[in-house]
Every structure is written in structure tokens, then in C-alpha cells.
Ligand binder design. Structure first.
Ligand code: ARG
Length: 490
């Protein structure tokens, strides 16, 4: 449709190579809405007549039912929609739809509208998953388990503490998306190909009709920039990395060697040959799909880094990374949320793991510190005790008073007192004493849970408000279009 300056037609292979139509069906609805807002604005500013506007709007309205996944020889969705409008509304009216805009501001608009919706969906799903984690934490405040560093038992802790740690990481992800929304929610429409237009358009008006908070003002910036895409994909990659860590923890804890948790059969797969198998495939795919999302962000950044200002066709490839990322992120959150809801926690096994290790050591050392022993001495004393106990595979509790005495230097502490401290060092008691803010301590769990619950509510309210704002603007736009069409028929 656009090739008047060029000779000849594109051959099939070249057209297929050039065309983005197969990646564009995801933005067809936004392209139609954007075109309707643009047409209404052209009417408001007397750039098209009422009759012309009605013809264009009617044709666009019809296209809402069109199947854009069908094969077509258009270069992209913008060309396809414009040609269909011209076909239906005629050259005289339809040919005016593209006045004072370009595919360059149009495609930026469509991508922003799509990502804006996707961010709201992601925020909603994130909120739900966090809520499930906090609920689960509330139920598991007595599930004592070892905490690990280097995958070795480190300190005595609680399963609720782990769950709240995942929740806090996801809160940061949520906030990253939530804040990015503001940068996405600006309209590039009316920037034209790169330098604006002499036609008296009103960019604020289309922005308002499409529910945007403001404009991407500079027309070069509006048509060139895809940093908001990189940001969206970056936020997605970080989120997936956080989910991947949780998935990895759960994979380890669901092994028969650990058995801290059992995954529901609904989230596991079996083997075609080994009948006993219950594999954590869903969690493995969270790990696997994370790599893909990291790849998508890398693809976009490396696309952008070499481009000069102004639209370049390379930008077409940026879209290809967005849609599958949204799909992976949203489906991962939905699946993880359901998996968490059906997770079985084996409290006794977790508790027994403490008995088999020496994660209580730091708590014993801190008991000594509280009675005045310098920490370095306390560290040495308990280290020596663990050495003796580990040699014979016994817990610290089983050490005899004589063995305890053997590690004391220069009467630094009374042997019987030390023996008594060791005897009284239970995981339960340790967690009572663990008071520092954000620690595995019992009191801290309750405080963190309550605070997180409030935070979930606040984000949920904000996300619903934004979703409603977008929906209401589309509703209003639809009503305006419908009443114009209706009144012209009368
Ligand atoms: N299909 C193009 C894309 O997705 C649309 C913009 C084309 N603009 C141009 N000047 N060739 O990026």
C-alpha cells in the first residue's frame, strides 16, 4: 500500500522476512482503539468531517471481530488495518485516517498499551502469590528447620521465615513493575514519524481518551525509545530469577533425602519407565523458563545498543521478546501460586534435621556472650565442642561434663555451667531468644506477617484502581464511537 516511490512488488520470501504481521495479532485490539481515538481527535479539531469520521470509526468497529491471526500479505498490523478501513470506508474517508500520524508513533503506542495491561496482570498475580506465601507463613510459624549457607546447616530457623523471605523478594519485584507502570503509561501518539506535524492535532486529547497519564513529549524520544521495554523485561528477568531460587529450594527439599515438603501430585510428573518417580517438573520449568526470559532481555538490549536515534526497522524485533515474556511470567506466577496452596509441610522431618546437625552452635556461643565471654572465645569453645561431638557422630547435648571441661582454657568459664548451657539450648528456646529485627525469632514472624498483609492490601488497591482507570477510558471511548455512529444512522 505504501510503495508508490518504489518500483515493483516484494517477492514472497522478502515480504515474509520483512513482515511483522505474525507477531502483531497481540496488538491488533490496541491498534484499533488507538486509531479510533486518533480519528475522534481529528474530528474534534476539524481535520476530518463528521461523516468521514463516522465511516472510519464504523470500519474500525467492524474490525474488532476480524481474525488477525489469518495469513495476510501486509507488512504489519498497521498496514493491514488501514487497508481494511480504506476498503470498507472508501478512499475518500478511509484515506484520511492516517493523517498526522505514522506507523512509528503507532507501533510505540500499541506496545505501550499492551505492556500497560500486562503490568497490571503481573502485579495482580504477584500480589496473589505473595498473599499465599504470607498465609502459608502464618500457618508455619512453629515449623522449626535448619537455615542454610553454602547448603550446610547454619542456624536454627523457621519455615515461615523462608516463606516471608520469598514474599519480600516478590514485593520488590511487585514494586519494580508498579513503578515502571508510570513510565509506560505515557502516550507517544501524535509524534509522527519523528519530528511531529504541521496539522493542528491535539496529543493530550488522544492520550486522555486512551487512559494515559501524560505524553512522551519529545517526538524523537517518543518514536525511538524502547527503554520501557527493556525495563519491563528486566523486571521480568529479576522476578523469574527470584522464583527460580524458590523453585530450587523446593526441589531440594522435596527430594527423598530431605523430605521437608511434599509437592502435590497435581504439580509433579512421572517417568515413562520408572514407575516410582514423582518429579518436580513444574519447578524445573520455572528454572528453565527463567533462562529464556533473561535471553529475551539480552536480545532487546543488544538490539537497542547499536541504534541511532529515530525509528529503525531493527525495532520491529523488540516486540518478539515481549509477548512470550509476559506469557512466561504470568503463567509461572499462576502455577507457583497453586503449587504453594497445595504444599505439604513435613514439620517433624524438618525438626529432626536440626537434631542431626550442629545449627544450634551459634545460639550456644551467644549464651556465653550474654554472660560476659568475649565472642571470639565463645566461638572457639563451641567449635572445639562440635569437633569432639562430630568425631563420634553425637549431638552436643550428649557431651559429658568431662568432655565439656576439656575445651575450657584458663578457667574462662565453669565447666558445669557450660554443660548446663548446652543442655538448655533447645531450638525452641533459641527461637524465643532470637529478637533482632527481621530474624528467625518467634516474635518477629508475627510482626512481619501482619505488616506484609497490610502491604498486600495497599498494592492490590492501587492495581485495581489502575485497571479500572484503563477500562473506564476504553469504555468511554467505545461509548463516544457508538453514539457518533448511532446518531449518523438516524
Ligand atoms: N512493523 C513495524 C514495527 O513493528 C512498524 C513500524 C514501521 N515503520 C517504518 N517506518 N517502517 O516496528
Amino acid at each position: 500500500m505504501y510503495r508508490s516511490r518504489l518500483e515493483g512488488k516484494l517477492d514472497d520470501i522478502t515480504l515474509e522476512f520483512l513482515s511483522s504481521i505474525s507477531d502483531d495479532s497481540v496488538i491488533s485490539e490496541y491498534d484499533i482503539l488507538g486509531s479510533q481515538a486518533h480519528t475522534l481527535m481529528l474530528l474534534e479539531n476539524e481535520i476530518v468531517t463528521r461523516q468521514e469520521a463516522v465511516k472510519i470509526l464504523g470500519a474500525l468497529e467492524n474490525l474488532k471481530k476480524f481474525d488477525f491471526s489469518k495469513k495476510s500479505d501486509a507488512e504489519d498490523i498497521h498496514e493491514l488495518i488501514e487497508s481494511l478501513v480504506i476498503k470498507k470506508a472508501g478512499k475518500e474517508a478511509g484515506g484520511k485516517m492516517h493523517t498526522a500520524r505514522s506507523r512509528n508513533d503507532q507501533v510505540a503506542l500499541d506496545i505501550r498499551m499492551r505492556i500497560r495491561d500486562d503490568i497490571n496482570t503481573v502485579c495482580f498475580c504477584l500480589n496473589q502469590t505473595i498473599e499465599t506465601l504470607v498465609d502459608l507463613a502464618e500457618k508455619n510459624q512453629d515449623a522449626i528447620m535448619p537455615l542454610y549457607t553454602h547448603m550446610q546447616q547454619a542456624q536454627v530457623g523457621l519455615f515461615s521465615h523462608f516463606l516471608l523471605a520469598y514474599a519480600d523478594a516478590l514485593f520488590r519485584d511487585l514494586d519494580r513493575f508498579y513503578v515502571a507502570y508510570g513510565r509506560v503509561n505515557e502516550s507517544p501518539l501524535g509524534a509522527g514519524p519523528v519530528g511531529g506535524t504541521s496539522i493542528p492535532i491535539d496529543r493530550q486529547s488522544t492520550a486522555k481518551m486512551l487512559g494515559f497519564k501524560g505524553l512522551v513529549e519529545n517526538s524523537i524520544d517518543a518514536t525511538t525509545s524502547r527503554d520501557f521495554v527493556a525495563e519491563y523485561l528486566g523486571n521480568s528477568a529479576i522476578l523469574m530469577t527470584n522464583l527460580s531460587r524458590m523453585a530450587e529450594d523446593f526441589i531440594i527439599w522435596s527430594t527423598s533425602e530431605f523430605s521437608f515438603i511434599d509437592l502435590s501430585d497435581r504439580f509433579t510428573s512421572t517417568s515413562s519407565v520408572m514407575p516410582q518417580k514423582k518429579n518436580p517438573d513444574v519447578l524445573e520449568l520455572i528454572r528453565g523458563k527463567t533462562s529464556q526470559v533473561i535471553g529475551y532481555q539480552t536480545a532487546v538490549l543488544s538490539n537497542l545498543k547499536g541504534l541511532p536515534s529515530g525509528y529503525n526497522r531493527d525495532l520491529q524485533q523488540v516486540k518478539v521478546s515481549i509477548w512470550p515474556t509476559s506469557k512466561i511470567v504470568i503463567s509461572s506466577l499462576l502455577v507457583v501460586n497453586s503449587l504453594l496452596k497445595t504444599l505439604k509441610v513435613n514439620e517433624n522431618v524438618m525438626r529432626d534435621a536440626i537434631e542431626g546437625g550442629y545449627s544450634i552452635s551459634l545460639d550456644i556461643a551467644e549464651s556465653l556472650v550474654r554472660r560476659g565471654t568475649p565472642f571470639r572465645n565463645a566461638h572457639r569453645i563451641v567449635g572445639n565442642l562440635v569437633q569432639i561431638a562430630a568425631r563420634s557422630g553425637r549431638p552436643l547435648l550428649a557431651l559429658s561434663p568431662n568432655e565439656v571441661k576439656s575445651v575450657i582454657q584458663d578457667g574462662e568459664i565453669d565447666a558445669l555451667e557450660l554443660h548446663r548451657i548446652i543442655q538448655s539450648a533447645t531450638p525452641e528456646h533459641s527461637l524465643e531468644l532470637r529478637k533482632s529485627r527481621g530474624s528467625a525469632g518467634k516474635h518477629e514472624q508475627q510482626r512481619m506477617i501482619e505488616e506484609r498483609k497490610r502491604k498486600v492490601k495497599a498494592y492490590m488497591t492501587g492495581t485495581s484502581r489502575r485497571t479500572t482507570e484503563v477500562r473506564e477510558s476504553f469504555g468511554l471511548l467505545g461509548k463516544t464511537v457508538a453514539s457518533l455512529i448511532r446518531n449518523s444512522v438516524k
